[in-house]
Design a protein around this ligand. Structure first.
Ligand code: PCA
Length: 179
């Protein structure tokens, strides 16, 4: 009996261990992309692991806009409006996913959801299911802002991203979130 319990226990441990090492695919479209101001978050060893998978484009159209006094990029959850948005897919471990959730303040600010991302390889296209950080309960006036299809902080829009501390995110939330 004891032996059986031990076997069961070690199997449970193996399962728990493997789920804690899950790989998650995340599609990033804003400041987390290569050469953008928060990319270092994905490469910092203390945050866990991340591996570049491919460039991709949202299968649905969404408005990609810049808002708040800190010039933060947002993908508004309004499918069909805006453009097919370009970004990068990364495979991350559990720890990195939890660190990204902290950076994006999911689920209070951005909300992380699975969405279809189109990846083109030569003549083939495939769809990959990835996590994406959306702004869901946004103020409707944000739909009036110019919608981009490929974000860069230093683009011709002139709205360079400004790093904000956590205190300021609390007040910039009011700029964009519908009450
Ligand atoms: N960081 C996340 C969401 C918006 C942002 O700036 C990203 O790059 O996908």
């Amino acid at each position: 009996m004891i032996k059986l319990l031990n076997v069961l226990y070690s199997n449970i441990r193996i399962c728990a261990h493997s789920t804690s090492q899950m790989a998650h695919k995340v599609f990033v479209y804003g400041t987390l992309k290569r050469n953008e101001p928060n990319h270092h978050w994905l490469t910092k060893p203390e945050n866990g692991t991340s591996k570049f998978v491919a460039e991709g484009t949202t299968k649905s159209k969404y408005p990609l806009i810049i808002a708040t006094r800190y010039n933060i990029p947002f993908l508004l959850h309004s499918p069909g409006d805006g453009n097919h948005v370009k970004g990068e897919i990364y495979e991350v471990n559990d720890l990195m996913l939890s660190k990204l959730d902290i950076l994006e303040d999911h689920p209070n600010y951005y909300v992380r959801e699975i969405d279809d991302i189109t990846v083109t390889k030569g003549n083939d296209t495939e769809t990959q299911k990835c996590w994406v950080y959306f702004l869901k309960k946004f103020k409707p006036e944000l739909l009036q802002r110019p919608a981009m299809d490929n974000y860069t902080s230093r683009g011709s829009h002139g709205l360079v991203y400004m790093e904000s501390n956590n205190e300021s995110t609390v007040d910039d939330l009011d700029d964009v979130v519908r009450k």
